[in-house]
Every structure is written in structure tokens, then in C-alpha cells.
Design a protein around this ligand. Structure first.
Ligand code: BGC
Length: 370
């Protein structure tokens, strides 16, 4: 049970962290099964499919919108793809989902802008017989969510934590290593999942004193960057450097939950004329892949948006045909009300050493690794 909540509830997870979280064994991800319940009835092949995405806080979301528009059209569906705006994100997304229900969508795919603020809209969709799929970010506090499809985001955090250690060890074989921790936006359920995945790897070393959090800010609330905003990360890094890294104190590494924040952290360090520490990331953004190849950012994660959107469209096609979509996890992602049947894809850690291999099939990123 602890494992489920660790993955799925950003807030409770903080408390659970204090209890010490268990590593998630591979057995959790094995097997393929269908969730219980009757198969969907199916619907017309040219039905409307709604896609409600959050604001464009990273390149993956921009890409997802285009891929959904084109992919759903190619599959014969009508689509309504919407983004939450930059400021009134929650209200925007709530209104967009309500409009999709009114327009008669048969499936609504949601990349939640605020995990816990959609239960009314998800219930309205469910009551209208619409299937609701949480895309990339889990929707919490609702019994009405049908499926979750994502790269395994707890695993993302574990890979980030391990990359941080590997990068620091490569520079300085033995500890203690001094680090700072950053996490994403508190309203995004993934932020806590990434942080807990990373802490699953780092906490034992912090407890032993091999890894020292220089500022002492180890709680997800202290490390959070509202709205995943680059300027928020840059400001926090500026103030950490001033408060903690004066008088020759070295910062060996920074846990950054994604590439946008990683580059902001590196900008801050450079402006302070300090050596660049090992900085993790996520999303394989173009500028971060360039930075990795230039030896600045240490790592990123490849969560290939093309695959995730294609698998989501496969899920929609299965529902259209009246079949249960493929599910490969019925244990890991508890949304506070129920364990949501999930289809999880494996994320890949990328450093300079494996970038060429990791992006070999990506025409946009592959040339950057040559
Ligand atoms: C996604 C990350 C992304 C972040 C900010 C998260 O929910 O999983 O890939 O970096 O949102 O956009």
C-alpha cells in the first residue's frame, strides 16, 4: 500500500518519505491484465475525442498537442485538442473539459494542470458515459477516472537520483557529496512522484551522511517550483548560492526534475561564476541535449512523446471497438480513491555517453549527438 501512495500522492508522499519508502520491485510492472468490469460498448469510428492538455511548460506538451491532432485525424476520429492558458490554468482546463462533455466526446484524454481539481468534470464525463484517460499526469481524488497512461514516473525519479550519484562519483570518487534538491510544481501529481523516486535512491545516502543537502532543504515543499517556471528555479538557485555556497563551499550536484529547470539552474550557477555541478533533467529538450553534448547538463530522460501519444491513440481505438485497452499495471498508481488501471512505458536515462544510441530513431535529436 505504501508503494502505491508513494507514487501517486504528492502530498501524502512527503509524510511517507519520512517513514522511508520501499523500492518498487520489477514484479510490480510485470504481467498484462485487464481491469475488472465490463468491456466498453464501443462507439462510432468518426467520434469526437477530446484532449485537454496543461499549459506549455515544456516541449513535450507542445509536441503532444500536434501529435494528437494529426494522429487522431489519421485514425479517423474528430478531435478537440485544447491547452490550459498560462495563468488561469485550472479554470481554463475545467471549462475545456466541460465543453468536451457537452460536445459529445466519447473519450477525453487529460494531461491535468492540477491533479486534484478535476473531480467534478471527470464525474460529469463519467456520468455521460465518456471514458476518461489521464495522460502523463495522474488525476487524483476521483473514482471516475478510467485509465492512466504514462511513462513510469516513479522510475523517472529513481533514474534521476541514480544519475545524480553516478555523475558526482565520476567527478569525485568518494563522498561526501554536497547537493541541492529541486522539485516540480506542487499541483502536478508527477512532481511528488519524481521527487519520491529520486529520494528512494538518495535518502539512504543522505541518512548515512554520504550525500549532504547543503541548504538543509530536503522536503518536497521547500524544493518545489510553482508552475514549473524557469524563473522560479533560477531565483531559488540564486538565493541558495548566496546563502549557502559562499567562502569556497562546493556544490557537487543538483537534482533537477526536468530540463527547463535544469537550464535555469545552470544559468544561475554560471552567472555566479561557480563551477557547474552535476545537474539532472528530464524531457530530452533540444537545448538540454545540446547542453549535455557540450558537457554542461549531466543527464536527461527520454520519455518519447511520439510513443506515448501513439499508445494513447491505441487505447482510444480499443475503446472505439468495444474492447478493453491494454493495461500492464494494476497496482502502482493509487489516486487517493482507487488504484487506476495503467499502461506504463519505460523511461530511459540519457547522458552524453548514450545519447547517440538513445536518440538514434529521433530525427530531431539524433543530429545533435553527432
Ligand atoms: C511531465 C514532465 C514535464 C513537466 C513540466 C510533468 O508532468 O511529466 O515531463 O517536465 O510536467 O511540463
Amino acid at each position: 500500500m505504501r508503494k502505491f501512495l508513494t507514487r501517486s500522492l504528492a502530498v501524502s508522499a512527503v509524510a511517507l518519505l519520512a517513514l522511508g519508502t520501499a523500492a518498487c520491485g520489477d514484479s510490480e510492472r510485470e504481467g498484462s491484465s485487464s481491469p475488472s468490469g465490463a468491456a466498453a460498448k464501443g462507439f462510432a469510428a468518426d467520434s469526437l475525442i477530446g484532449v485537454a492538455l496543461p499549459s506549455k511548460t515544456s516541449e513535450n506538451w507542445v509536441l503532444a498537442g500536434d501529435l494528437f491532432t494529426n494522429g487522431l485525424k489519421d485514425a479517423g476520429f474528430k478531435s478537440d485538442v485544447q491547452y490550459a492558458g498560462a495563468s488561469t490554468t485550472v479554470a481554463d482546463q475545467q471549462a475545456q473539459i466541460s465543453a468536451m462533455v457537452t460536445k459529445g466526446a466519447k473519450v477525453i484524454v487529460i494531461g491535468a494542470t492540477d491533479a486534484a481539481q478535476l473531480s467534478t468534470q471527470v464525474k460529469a464525463a463519467h456520468d455521460a458515459g465518456i471514458k476518461v484517460v489521464a495522460y502523463d499526469r495522474l488525476i487524483t481524488q476521483t473514482p471516475d477516472l478510467d485509465y492512466y497512461i504514462a511513462f513510469d514516473n516513479f522510475k523517472v525519479g529513481q533514474l534521476q537520483g541514480q544519475a545524480l550519484l553516478d555523475g558526482m562519483k565520476a567527478k569525485k570518487a568518494t563522498g561526501p557529496w554536497t547537493v541541492e534538491l529541486f522539485s516540480g510544481s506542487p499541483d502536478d501529481n508527477n512532481a511528488g512522484v519524481f521527487f519520491n523516486g529520486a529520494m528512494d535512491v538518495l535518502k539512504p545516502l543522505i541518512d548515512k551522511g554520504d550525500v549532504i543537502v547543503g541548504s538543509g532543504q530536503k522536503d518536497v515543499k521547500q524544493t518545489a517550483i510553482q508552475g514549473w517556471k524557469a524563473e522560479g528555479a533560477q531565483q531559488r538557485m540564486d538565493s541558495l548560492l548566496t546563502s549557502t555556497y559562499t567562502a569556497g563551499k562546493t556544490l557537487d550536484g543538483v537534482l533537477s526534475p526536468n530540463d527547463t529547470l535544469a537550464r535555469a539552474i545552470i544559468t544561475s550557477v554560471k552567472a555566479a561564476n561557480k563551477p557547474i555541478p552535476v545537474v539532472t533533467g528530464q524531457d530530452s529538450e533540444v537545448e538540454s541535449v545540446k547542453s549535455i553534448m557540450a558537457g554542461e547538463q549531466y543527464s536527461t530522460i527520454n520519455k518519447d512523446t511520439r510513443k506515448l501519444v501513439a499508445e494513447t491513440i491505441n487505447m482510444v481505438k480499443a475503446l472505439q471497438a468495444g474492447n478493453e485497452p491494454t493495461i500492464n499495471d494494476t497496482k502502482s498508481y493509487n489516486n487517493g480513491v482507487k488504484v487506476v488501471p495503467s499502461y506504463l512505458l519505460p523511461p530511459v536515462i540519457v547522458t552524453k555517453a548514450n545519447a547517440a544510441e538513445a536518440y538514434a530513431n529521433d530525427p530531431k535529436l539524433s543530429p545533435l549527438t553527432k
